[in-house]
Design a protein around this ligand. Structure first.
Ligand code: ZN
Length: 186
């Protein structure tokens, strides 16, 4: 297992769980008394799955770059977002048939967008580094929360009515989003 370094965290749990961290590290969450050799044997058994995940992470990092974004980079992205996002919001709000409140652009480490119960919308400036239709998929998602404040089948039906390729473009964030956010934290 020389080339698959594993970080082990023990706690009061009954089963062994594996997780690949955003930097590719393998994290094993193990029960307190499980022998280390059993943990490593399990990791070895899952090495195919682990390498696949690590390769996907590496590909994603290649897609979005590795250079750490500076404060001024982020400011520029926020300005660009303030110019590009509001007209798109206006366009999709009309298609969905909803109103909305203020639009705020932030640089956040966890969220791509949100919609408050008052209809205030919040978008991550890093979306400027994603494909345009991925940005659109986030805008449609948040605006559809003006009709359904949940992720129910009715919510997704509305999303798909307005934006039939939603899953295709939303997938980009699932595949590359974590790598993109890493450019903010280094
Ligand atoms: Zn949502």
């Amino acid at each position: 297992m020389e080339n698959l370094p594993v970080k082990i965290i023990r706690s009061k749990r009954k089963t062994l769980g594996l997780q690949i961290l955003n930097d590719g590290t393998v994290l094993a969450r193990a029960p307190l008394k499980m022998p280390e050799k059993d943990i490593l044997a399990f990791v070895s058994e899952k090495s195919g799955w682990i390498r696949q995940h690590q390769a996907q992470l590496a590909r994603a990092q290649e897609n979005v770059g590795t250079q750490r974004l500076t404060r001024s980079d982020l400011e520029k992205l926020c300005q660009e977002a303030m110019r590009i996002i509001p007209p798109k919001v206006a366009h999709y709000a009309k298609l969905i048939g909803v109103t909305y409140g203020n639009i705020t652009i932030r640089n956040q480490k966890t969220k791509w967008g949100s919609c408050s119960s008052l209809g205030n919308l919040n978008f991550n400036c890093l979306l400027m580094l994603a494909p345009e239709l991925t940005l659109d998929s986030v805008i449609v998602h948040e605006l559809c929360h003006r009709k359904h404040m949940d992720h129910s089948p009715a919510f997704y039906a509305e999303v798909l009515r307005v934006f039939p390729d939603y899953y295709k473009h939303d997938k980009w964030l699932k595949d590359n989003g974590a790598a993109l956010m890493r450019r903010m934290t280094g």
